[in-house]
Design a protein around this ligand. Structure first.
Ligand code: ADP
Ligand code: MG
Length: 498
């Protein structure tokens, strides 16, 4: 017996991105089928191919064994497939009734038959339990109610398969509860739902089966009752989260790369002394205002008031000069990458090459090829998801922007990296990738100073953690003694008596 709905070796390429790579799985009739994966995994693309928004490059979609290839959303509708989009799918300045009947406006003697129009719309809305006045303009509805109208349109035009792409992302709690009830009703009527969401609880509460996509590839399809959230996360990101200790911790440390002595800046920090060896990741913890960011920025030459001694690879560094810091092999990935780290109006290639420009410039000209090679290398190495290295950085997700901020310094081949909040605003999978990357860099012998407000992050990746309090080093904790409680006590100054 053939499956109700089958994706068979579906492949779709966009310029520079393989959005779907040979994806095959089946969906049972009358079920709610979860589609999950990280940003960019290909979920929306798959839904849009089914709903006729895009066409696949190769592969097939079959309904009850018959291949379908809708060339437009209208054709998909005729085949019984509809998609509920996040984006506005209707004409905002037409009424709910007009939008619902747009494809087939009732007419009488050349005029639109308003009575029939309203009656038909009312019936469509009632079929999905939507209490919405058909005369309301679409543009004045909340997202949740507009979505309901989209579902009414789908059901009212006889859809048997409905793709819902992150339907709850902008719904209130009650709207979400209403939607879940409706999904139950639709299932009971034999409709099949493909439910795209990041929200694990929802999927486990609502869906019968789950399909995981990763980087455009099909990873698993299984009954929801046979899996658990942790397993799904592992499938989504391709490895267990924080399951292994970083490899750099087992390596021998090299010579001291960064040495900071009697380093002070009035009002920011005072008498800071520490050093970092090749292959070592040292964390900096502290509460807001403890001077963490001020310290890393001063080391990088951004504080003209700073005094003391810094040496890199045993060579003294002239303080207060970014040019000297750069020349000495220092790199800074700042906390606010939008303001300080990246030029969002530049593309990925330009941002990656930014810090390395002096190395790529000959006789005052940037060597384009060298720049392109560099950007390509790091885009691959950091698994940056971008349509191309020419894409504007502003359009990428936070995680990918952060990776480019890192790439920028790696491209310059800095020996000492100062990293302020490496994963702020980054999603769970990209976080794990960034940790992995920091680990690889340490294994290569780079020295890193990592500032973070997330103690578990520091505990996960560092060999030692320096705790700053009110601009001074309140203590240093080595890996064997790591615990959130002890670090917090130091941060807050509660251990003074101990
Ligand atoms: P998801 O919905 O899982 O977040 P998408 O299906 O939207 O992922 O995207 C998959 C990949 O295809 C991403 O790398 C994305 O940048 C790319 N992509 C999606 N739509 C387009 C498009 N219209 N043009 C170019 N690239 C696209
Ligand atoms: Mg999507």
């Amino acid at each position: 017996m053939s499956a109700y709905l089958e994706f068979r070796q579906v492949t779709k390429r966009f310029p520079g991105v393989l959005a779907l790579d040979d994806v095959s799985f089946t969906v049972e009739r009358g079920t709610c089928h979860a589609l999950i994966g990280e940003n960019g995994a290909g979920k929306s693309t798959l839904g849009k191919i089914l709903a006729g928004v895009y066409t696949a490059d190769t592969g097939q979609i079959l309904i009850e064994g018959r291949a379908i290839a809708p060339a437009s959303p209208l054709e998909a509708r005729e085949l019984g497939v509809a998609m509920v989009h996040q984006e506005l799918a209707f004409c905002p300045n037409l009424s709910v009734a007009e939008n619902l009947c747009l494809g087939d406006l009732p007419r009488r003697a050349g005029f639109i038959d308003r009575t029939t129009l309203i009656a038909r719309a009312r019936a469509m809305l009632a079929a999905v339990g939507a209490d919405i006045d058909p005369d309301t303009l679409i543009g004045t509805l909340s997202t949740g109610r507009e979505q309901l109208v989209q579902i009414a349109a789908a059901v009212g035009t006889g859809a048997q398969i409905i793709v819902m792409d992150e339907p709850t992302s902008s719904l209130s709690a009650t709207e979400t509860a209403d939607l879940f009830r409706l999904i139950g009703t639709l299932k009971a009527r034999g409709l099949t739902l493909i439910y795209v969401s990041h929200r694990m609880e929802e999927l486990f509460a609502l869906c019968d089966n789950i399909t995981v996509l990763r980087d455009g590839r099909h990873i698993a399809t299984e009954p929801i009752s046979d899996t658990q959230p942790t397993r799904v996360v592992t499938q989504m990101i391709g490895r267990e989260l924080r399951a292994h200790t970083p490899a750099h911790l087992d390596r021998e440390l090299g010579p001291v790369r960064l040495n900071v002595k009697n380093f002070s800046s009035c009002g920011a920090f005072k008498d800071i002394n520490f050093s970092i060896r090749a292959g070592e990741i040292v964390g900096v913890a502290g509460i807001v205002g403890a001077g963490r960011s001020e310290l890393v920025q001063a080391i990088f030459g951004l504080d003209s008031e700073a005094t003391g001694h810094i040496s890199v690879d045993d060579r003294p560094l002239l303080l207060g000069s970014i040019e000297r810091a750069l020349a000495a092999g220092l790199g800074l990935v700042p906390e606010d990458r939008k303001r300080q780290g990246l030029v969002l109006g530049l593309n990925c290639r330009e941002n990656t090459a930014l810090a390395a420009l002096p190395l790529l410039t000959r006789l005052g000209f940037v060597r384009r090829n060298a720049e392109r090679n560099l950007a390509t290398t790091y885009t691959k190495r950091l698994r940056i998801k971008t349509p191309s290295i020419e894409a504007l950085t502003a359009g990428l997700s936070g995680g990918n922007q952060q990776k480019i901020a890192l790439a920028k310094w790696l491209a310059r081949d800095c020996d000492v990296l100062l990293i302020d909040e490496p994963t702020r605003g980054v999603d769970v999978g990209a976080k794990a990738e960034i940790y992995q990357l920091l680990d690889e860099l340490a294994c290569e012998g780079k020295a890193m100073l990592v500032v973070s407000s997330e103690l578990p992050e520091l505990i996960g990746i560092c060999r030692r953690i320096i705790v700053l309090r009110a601009g001074q080093i309140a203590g240093e904790v080595s890996r064997a003694a790591f615990s959130e409680a002890s670090l917090m006590q130091l941060m807050a100054g509660l251990n003074a008596a101990a």
